[in-house]
Design a protein around this ligand. Structure first.
Ligand SMILES: C[S@@+](CC[C@H](N)C(=O)[O-])C[C@H]1O[C@@H](n2cnc3c(N)ncnc32)[C@H](O)[C@@H]1O
Length: 362
C-alpha cells in the first residue's frame, strides 16, 4: 500500500489567502452557471424527479441519461460541484452502498412538471449564448458613446433582433411566460385585493400572456387583455379568452381600468419610462374613479434587505445594462420617474421573491 505523509503546512497570510480565494471564486462564477446549464441540458432534475424513489445514484444517472462509461467519473465531478452549490443534495438516509442524489428546493423548480411549469425556459434563456455573448463587449462599450453591448454583438436591439430570429423570439417569450406563471400564481393567491373592483386590465408588454391567463383564471369576471408588439401575435394562444392587441406602448395604450407592467420598465431608461407612464396615465382613470397602474419589478435594496437578493439585483442590473437601455431602480429612482410622469401616489409591497409590487395612482 502507498504510504502517505503530510508535510508541514506553509500557510499563506490569511488576508492574502482570503483575497485570492475571493477573486478566484468570482472569476469562476461562470463555471457554476455553465454546470447548471449542462445539468438542465441533459435533464438531470427530471430524471431524479421521475425515478420511483425520487433519488438516483451516479450509476443510475449515467445509465439513464445515457452517457459513455468513460464519462462517469466526469459526471461525478459535475454533480460534486452542483451538490456543493445546493442544486442537488446527497440523501443521508438512502441506506444504499452507492450514495443517492436527491432534488433540493432549487432543482425542484427545474423539473418540467413543477406546478408552475418550472423555470427551465428562463434558465435556458439567461444562459443562452445570445444573451451571454454581449457581456464580452462590456469593456469596449463603456469607453464609447452610444449603442448597447447587445447591439455591438448582434447588430440591433433586442426586440428588433428577436423579430428577425423566430427561435430566439420563441425562447425569449417562453422564458418570460415561465417567470410570469411562477410569480403570478403566487400573487393571485396571496394578494387578490390588487385586482378587486377592476373590470378591464391590460397587461402592457404582456408577451404571450403568462400573467394575463393566470389572472383571468383566478378572476373570471375580470376582462384581461395583452398589448404587445406584432411579432408576439403568432405565438399568442388564440382560444383561451385573453385577447391580444397589437400595439406600441410608446404611442398609445387603449382606455382601461388598470394596467399591468411586469418586467417592462426595467428595460428602458428614465426618459423612455416617463413616456410609457404618461401613456398609462392617459389610459387609466384617477384613483377616485378606481384606476391604477400595477408595476411588478425589483426595487433595489427594498425594505426586505437580504444579501442574496442584493447580489441578484446588482447582477441583473449589469445584465440589463448589457442587453437594454434599462436599469434596476432604487426607490428614489422610481419616485423620480413617477413624479416626472405626473403620478401623485404610489405604494410599494416587497416580498415577492426579489420582486416588489408597486401600485401607482393619479
Ligand atoms: C421583458 S419582456 C416582459 C414580458 C412580460 N411582461 C413578462 O413579464 O413576462 C418585455 C415585453 O415588452 C414587449 N415590448 C417591447 N417593446 C414594446 C412596445 N414598444 N410596445 C409594447 N410592448 C413592447 C416585448 O415584446 C416583451 O414581450
Amino acid at each position: 500500500m502507498a504510504a502517505m505523509t503530510i508535510s508541514k503546512v506553509h500557510e499563506m497570510p490569511s488576508g492574502l489567502s482570503k483575497a485570492h480565494t475571493n477573486l478566484l471564486s468570482i472569476q469562476f462564477g461562470y463555471v457554476n452557471s455553465m454546470a447548471l446549464r449542462c445539468a438542465i441540458q441533459i435533464g438531470i432534475p427530471d430524471l431524479i424527479h421521475s425515478n420511483d424513489s425520487s433519488s438516483m445514484s451516479l450509476s443510475e444517472l449515467a445509465a439513464s441519461i445515457p452517457i459513455p462509461e468513460t464519462k462517469s467519473p466526469h459526471l461525478y465531478r459535475l454533480m460534486r460541484l452542483l451538490v456543493h452549490l445546493g442544486i442537488f443534495a446527497l440523501d443521508e438516509n438512502s441506506g444504499t452502498a452507492e450514495p443517492k442524489y436527491i432534488l433540493t428546493p432549487a432543482s425542484k423548480l427545474l423539473t418540467k412538471n413543477h406546478d408552475n411549469k418550472g423555470v427551465i425556459p428562463f434558465s435556458k434563456m439567461v444562459l443562452d449564448p445570445a444573451l451571454v455573448n454581449p457581456l464580452f463587449h462590456l469593456g469596449d462599450w463603456i469607453k464609447m458613446e452610444g449603442s448597447l453591448p447587445f447591439e455591438l454583438c448582434h447588430g440591433g436591439n433586442m426586440w428588433a433582433v428577436a423579430a428577425q430570429k423566430p427561435d430566439l423570439n420563441k425562447d425569449f417569450n417562453a422564458a418570460m411566460e415561465s417567470d410570469s406563471q411562477l410569480l403570478m400564481s403566487f400573487i393571485v393567491k396571496h394578494s387578490p385585493q390588487l385586482f378587486h373592483g377592476l373590470k378591464l386590465l391590460i397587461d402592457v408588454g404582456g408577451g404571450t400572456g403568462g400573467c394575463a391567463r393566470t389572472i383571468a383564471k383566478a378572476f373570471p369576471d375580470l376582462n384581461v387583455k395583452v398589448l404587445d408588439l406584432p411579432q408576439l401575435a403568432a405565438d399568442f394562444p388564440k382560444d383561451d379568452g385573453v385577447q391580444f392587441i397589437v400595439g406600441d406602448m410608446f404611442k398609445h395604450i387603449p382606455s382601461t381600468d388598470a394596467i399591468l407592467l411586469k418586467n417592462i420598465l426595467h428595460d428602458w431608461n428614465d426618459e423612455e419610462c416617463v413616456q410609457i407612464l404618461k401613456n398609462c396615465k392617459k389610459a387609466v382613470p384617477s384613483k377616485e374613479e378606481g384606476g391604477k397602474v400595477i408595476i411588478m419589478e425589483v426595487v433595489v435594496n427594498s425594505q426586505l434587505k437580504d444579501p442574496e437578493h442584493t447580489q441578484v439585483e446588482y447582477e441583473a442590473d449589469v445584465l440589463l445594462m448589457t442587453l437594454t437601455s434599462g436599469w434596476q431602480r432604487e426607490e428614489k429612482e422610481w419616485r423620480k420617474i413617477f413624479k416626472d410622469a405626473a403620478f401623485e401616489e404610489y405604494k410599494i409591497t416587497p416580498g415577492f421573491g426579489v420582486r416588489s409590487v408597486i401600485e401607482l395612482y393619479h
